[in-house]
Design a protein around this ligand. Structure first.
Ligand SMILES: Cc1cc2nc3c(=O)[nH]c(=O)nc-3n(C[C@H](O)[C@H](O)[C@H](O)COP(=O)(O)OP(=O)(O)OC[C@H]3O[C@@H](n4cnc5c(N)ncnc54)[C@H](O)[C@@H]3O)c2cc1C
Length: 380
C-alpha cells in the first residue's frame, strides 16, 4: 500500500522531508510537494548577494531541476488549508492526502514598522538583498544602522554577520573610516544561548569598531529626520538603515486556524499538530528553537523518520532533540561555528563555539551543494 504525503512548502523543511521519504521508502510513498516560488535560495546566500560575493542567478536552486523520485513537485500557490480534512486548495487544484506536513516558513511584514518601506531597506528577502547590492557601491560615508524590528526573527546570528560583512566590504574599498556601523538587537548579547559565541562576537565588534546596541528593537523610522525610533523611546540617526522586518506566518496559514499566538504549536518531540496526521516543521511553528534552516531540517528529518517507522511497522524512532549547528561569517572571509541545544535543559538553552577559521569557511562552502544534490535528486 502506498501512503500519500502532501508537503506544503519546498524550503529547508519541505525539501529535507521529501527527499528523506523518497530515498528511504521508494514507491511505498507518494509525495506531493507544493511551492509557489520558482527556486529555493539559502538564507545565507542573501548575504552573499547583498555584498556582491555571488550573483542572484548563481544562488538560485531552480525547482525546474527538481528530480527526486516518488515526489511530484507542483509550482502552485496554496490558497486554503483545511487541517481537519487534510484538504489543500491551490491556484491549480485541490489535493488530499493521508498525511499533511506544513512547512511554509515565515514571511515579512514590512508595513508593521512605520517608515521602513519608505526610508529603510529590508535585506532578508532575495529582492531586498538585491536592492541593497545595487545601492551599496554609492554609499561612501555616514552612519549605517542594522536594526531588528521584531522577534522572533530568522537566523539570530545573521544581523551580526551582516555587520561583519559590511565592515569587510567597506575596508576592502578603503571607506571604513568614513562609516559608523551600529547594530540594534532585542537581546542583551548577540547569541544569548552561547556566552562563548557572544564574547567572541563582541570582542571582534570592538576590534572592528562596530557598536552593539543591546536590548532594543526598532519600532519605527522617521523618514523626515532619518532617525530610527527604538523600543526604549530613544532615537538613532542613520544615513542607511538595513532592517530585519517583523516576521509572521503566511496568510494562508493564519486563515487555516492552525496558529496560536501567531505560529503553529507542535509537540516538540514529534512535530505533530493538534490535528490527526497533520505535522508542521520549521519557521512556521513555535517549537521553541530559533527560526533557522538547520533546525527546520532536523525537525523535518524527525517527522520523516516517524512516518517511515509507521509505514514499515517499526518501533518509534527518537524524537526531535532541539539541537542545531550554524556557520557564522566573522569577516575577513573567516567562518565560525555555533552549536546550540534548546531542549536538554528546558528554558536554558546552551551552546558551544568553534573559533573562526578558513577550514570552517570550506565546510560552509560544501553545505549548500551537498543539500542541493540530496534534495533535488541530483546525487545519482
Ligand atoms: C539573511 C538570512 C541568513 C540566514 N542564514 C542562515 C544560516 O546560516 N543557517 C540557517 O540554518 N538558516 C539561516 N537562515 C534562516 C533560514 O533561511 C530559514 O530559517 C529556513 O529557510 C526555514 O526553513 P522552512 O522550511 O521553515 O521555511 P522556508 O525555507 O522559508 O520555506 C518555506 C517555503 O514555503 C513557500 N510558501 C510560502 N507560502 C506559500 C504559499 N501560499 N503557496 C506556496 N508556497 C508557499 C515559500 O515559497 C518557501 O519556499 C537565514 C535567513 C536569512 C534571511
Amino acid at each position: 500500500m502506498t501512503t500519500s504525503v502532501l508537503v506544503l512548502g519546498a524550503g529547508f523543511g519541505g525539501l529535507e522531508l521529501s527527499s528523506r521519504l523518497s530515498q528511504t521508502l521508494g514507491d511505498q510513498v507518494d509525495v506531493t510537494l507544493i511551492d509557489r516560488a520558482d527556486a529555493f535560495v539559502f538564507g545565507f546566500s542573501k548575504l552573499d548577494v547583498m555584498f556582491g560575493k555571488r550573483t542572484p542567478e548563481a544562488v538560485r536552486l531552480a525547482y525546474g531541476d527538481y528530480a527526486t523520485p516518488h515526489v511530484r513537485f507542483l509550482r502552485e500557490t496554496i490558497t486554503a488549508i483545511d487541517p481537519e480534512s487534510r484538504r489543500v486548495v491551490t491556484d491549480g487544484g485541490t489535493y488530499e492526502a493521508d498525511v499533511l506536513v506544513v512547512a511554509l516558513g515565515a514571511e515579512y511584514d514590512v508595513a508593521a514598522t512605520s517608515g521602513l518601506a519608505e526610508d529603510g531597506h529590508e535585506f532578508y528577502s532575495v529582492a531586498g538583498a538585491e536592492a541593497v547590492r545595487e545601492l551599496l557601491p554609492g554609499f561612501t560615508s555616514g552612519t549605517v544602522v542594522i536594526g531588528i524590528c521584531g522577534a522572533p526573527f530568522k537566523c539570530p546570528p545573521a544581523p551580526s554577520e551582516t555587520a561583519f560583512l559590511l565592515d569587510e566590504y567597506l575596508r576592502e574599498r578603503g571607506l571604513r573610516d568614513a562609516v559608523k556601523i551600529q547594530l540594534v538587537m532585542p537581546f542583551g548579547r548577540p547569541v544569548p544561548p552561547s556566552p562563548e559565541t557572544s564574547d567572541a562576537i563582541l570582542a571582534r565588534f570592538a576590534e572592528r569598531g562596530i557598536e552593539f546596541v543591546p536590548d532594543r528593537k526598532v519600532v519605527a523610522l522617521d523618514p523626515g529626520t532619518h532617525e530610527a525610533v527604538l523600543s526604549d523611546g530613544s532615537f538613532l540617526p542613520y544615513d542607511l538603515f538595513l532592517g530585519v522586518p517583523v516576521h509572521r506566518v503566511p496568510d494562508v496559514v493564519s486563515a487555516s486556524g492552525m496558529t496560536q499566538n501567531g505560529w503553529i504549536p507542535v509537540e516538540p518531540g514529534t512535530g505533530a499538530t493538534r490535528y490527526p496526521n497533520v505535522y508542521a516543521v520549521g519557521d512556521v511553528t513555535s517549537v521553541g528553537t530559533p527560526k533557522a534552516g538547520v533546525f527546520a531540517e532536523r525537525a523535518a528529518r524527525v517527522v520523516a523518520d516517524q512516518l517511515i517507522a509507521r509505514i514499515r511497522g517499526a518501533a518509534e524512532p527518537p524524537g526531535y532533540d532541539g539541537t542545531g549547528a550554524c556557520f557564522m561569517e566573522f569577516g575577513n572571509r573567516e567562518v565560525a561555528g555555533v552549536a546550540v541545544d534548546f531542549f536538554s535543559t528546558p528554558g536554558h538553552p546552551t551552546g558551544t563555539f568553534t573559533e573562526p577559521s578558513m577550514e570552517m569557511a570550506a565546510e560552509k562552502a560544501a553545505f549548500g551543494p551537498e543539500r542541493h544534490a540530496r534534495w533535488f535528486g541530483l546525487d545519482g
